[in-house]
Every structure is written in structure tokens, then in C-alpha cells.
Design a protein around this ligand. Sequence first.
Ligand SMILES: [Zn+2]
Length: 111
Amino acid sequence: MFNLISVAGWVCLAGGLIYYFINSSDQSRIQETVLRSQTIIIAGAALVILGYVLGFLGRKVGGTNRCKKCGKKIDKTEMYCFDHRRESIWQAQEKHRLEGSGKFNRNKKSS
Ligand SMILES: [Zn+2]
């Protein structure tokens, strides 16, 4: 959807240039031609930028997120995929356990 805005922007940019080249031969109306093609090109550039910004925000805010470890697509509320979330929780628990139990109990652990 946002990609469409960028495409429309590029079409505007190209259209502005084409408009300029078609009409620039007419020296009597050159100022008007430059002004019009400038307006079209600026509008096109604005659309391209808008399209990219919205696309960027859309990826950031909506829909999907990516796992910080493997880059797999995940739900936007999650930081990791299912496997890596389990792994990170396990690591946090392990770290907490080692820190909490202290150095003396480390040798006593039985599995
Ligand atoms: Zn992952």
C-alpha cells in the first residue's frame, strides 16, 4: 500500500522531467514550464519520501516484527521467536539462579 505512494512519486518525478523536456523548446513559456515541472518534481519527491517514511513506520509499528537473534518473522509484541524466547528466558533464569544461589552452592547442583 505504502509502496504504491512511492511508485506514484517516481511516476510524478518522471512526468515532471518529461513535461520539462517536451515544453522546454518553447522559449516564450520557459518560465511557466520550469515552474510547473518544478512543482510536479517537488510533489513527486515528497510522495516518494512519504511513501518510504510510511513504509518504514508501517514495518516498525504494524504487523510483524523480527526475532533479534535469527530474524524470523514474529508477532509485533514479541522480541524473539518461540525458540529464542524460550532460550532467553532459560538463560535469564539460569543467570538468576547462579547469582541468587551464590558461589558455594554451584558445586552442589544435582540434575
Ligand atoms: Zn529466533
